[in-house]
Design a protein around this ligand. Structure first.
Ligand SMILES: [Zn+2]
Length: 471
């Protein structure tokens, strides 16, 4: 059995392809500190130009911070969106600083590093079914070394022994070691006139122990300890041959992941296992733990307090680094509602949403009415698109399908979305579901949603008036 065959394992995660969302915001946002507002106002001024003067900006910022109780990042994005600045996602915030490797804490979201390439290799990985080359290795300066990954290597060629500026990096802590990452905002610039003395250090590239919540696409071999939540054995057809595939869910205190194996390891729900030398593949950003030929399973006594229906709380910033995952809970403010929200019609055969009575797969059909919200949730670390189903749409907006149909019949279909927008915008909610990523960024298909009880009603009303005045 080869890796190639193993790679064909079907992914049992259910996903209704219709409900994809294309959030305009990316999840990467820079952490900010301090209460000094002037630099923030000037940053916004640079983006907005003459559309608004500084006094108005200061007043807006004060309102967002003190009346709406949003944090500074969400406030800035909201104001820029409101005054029609360029796409808020391209709005890079805090000025980056050059840090020494030993000074990196592992939580930097936007940092420049001047370092020598100690070791470098290219790897081919599969992202969303496409082959992609990433570059990884070890960087060093006078203070220490750290592993790095260029996720968008493009045409960058790194020479071992040469010194470069690695701009707009984000860092992560893994096994108490700092990792330096360059995403699509990252940049590499040669620094030919700089020489750096890097202290010697032994380099190991073996299977690394990690927590389930830290697992992401592009990791190599991992060793994971977790509780088996479910097991399933199915017969599938691989190139005309029947094979058994063993899969299920496992979890630790940081998250939940789906595992798959061709070999029957005899896993039982409820036991805690250590899977050594498993490897990661991802589907739409959702990592999957594959127990391949080299994987060794042992039973351990670790205790995790996890229920099968349990979820794990994360931030949008976490998602931006991980890519996706199962049963993730996020809390944040609804900062936008997208087209395709409100009263929609679905094809009775395939359940896709249809436009003007025509399904792209089944032609003219008699559509079934449904409710849906496509929103952008901002939790201060970033923004994510979320698609909310009918029951939760009814719960969050107080508008039932019946009421929506009545409203549409009396006052036109557009009124439903507009009415919902007034009731959902700037509301704080929690959402739980599976998160996946595509070229437009992360999005969640929401399984359950609930309002967070804060007394923001009067603020929300005020905001609604403003939004309506701006429409
Ligand atoms: Zn259809």
């Amino acid at each position: 059995m080869s890796r190639g065959v193993f790679g064909d394992l079907p992914n049992p995660v259910k996903y209704d392809g219709d409900d994809g969302i294309t959030p305009s915001e990316r999840g990467e946002v820079d952490a900010m500190e301090g209460n000094e507002l002037t630099p923030h106002i000037q940053e916004m001024k640079r983006v907005l130009g003459d559309k608004i003067d500084e006094e108005q900006l200061a007043a807006e910022l004060d309102k967002y911070l003190n009346d709406y109780h949003v944090n500074i990042e969400s406030a800035k994005r909201g104001i820029i969106r409101k005054y029609g600045g360029a796409d808020a996602s391209s709005f890079a915030t805090s000025a980056t600083v050059v840090k020494k490797i030993a000074d990196l804490s592992g939580s930097e979201q936007n940092v420049d590093v001047l370092a020598k390439v100690v070791y470098v290799e290219s790897k081919n990985i599969t992202v969303k079914g496409l082959n992609k080359t990433i570059v990884s290795g070890i960087l060093g300066d006078e203070t220490g070394t750290a592993s790095f990954t260029l996720w968008e290597s493009g045409s960058v060629m790194l020479d071992k022994g040469s010194v470069y500026y690695f701009r707009n990096c984000y860092c992560k802590l893994w096994n108490e070691r700092v990792q330096i990452n360059l995403g699509n905002r990252g940049r590499v610039e040669p620094a030919p006139n700089v020489s750096l003395n890097v202290p010697d250090r032994s380099i190991t590239l073996s299977s690394q122990e990690c927590k389930i919540g830290d697992i992401r696409e592009g990791m190599g071999n991992v060793t994971v300890t977790g509780k088996v939540l479910t097991t399933e054995a199915r017969k599938i057809n691989v190139k005309g041959e029947e094979k058994m595939v063993y899969s299920g869910l496992m979890a630790d205190d940081t998250g939940k992941i789906q595992y798959s194996a061709w070999h029957d390891f005899g896993l039982k729900a409820g036991e805690t296992i250590c899977a050594k030398n498993a490897y990661i593949r991802a589907w739409k950003g959702i990592p999957q733990l594959n127990m391949g030929d080299r994987c060794e399973i042992s039973r351990v006594d670790a205790v995790f307090d996890i229920q099968e229906g349990g979820d794990s709380k994360k931030t949008v910033g976490d998602i931006a680094r991980i890519g996706g995952g199962l049963d993730i809970t996020l809390e944040g403010l609804v900062v936008d509602m997208k087209n395709g929200s409100g009263l929609i019609k679905r094809c009775p055969q395939c359940n896709r949403s249809i436009l003007n009575g025509v399904c792209t797969a089944h032609g003219q059909v008699d559509g079934i009415p449904d409710l849906r919200l496509k929103v952008v949730l901002d939790d201060g670390t970033g923004a994510i698109g979320a698609v909310i189903n009918r029951a939760d749409t009814e719960k969050l907006t107080g508008i039932s399908l019946k009421a929506a149909e009545g409203l549409a019949a009396a006052r036109g279909e557009g009124i439903v979305a507009r009415e919902m927008m007034g009731r959902i915008l700037m509301r704080r909610i929690t959402i739980t579901g599976n998160v996946m990523s595509d070229d437009f960024g992360p999005s969640m298909i929401v399984r359950s949603a609930a309002p967070v009880e804060v007394d923001l009603e009067s603020e929300a009303e005020k905001l609604l008036e403003e939004v309506e005045a701006a429409l």
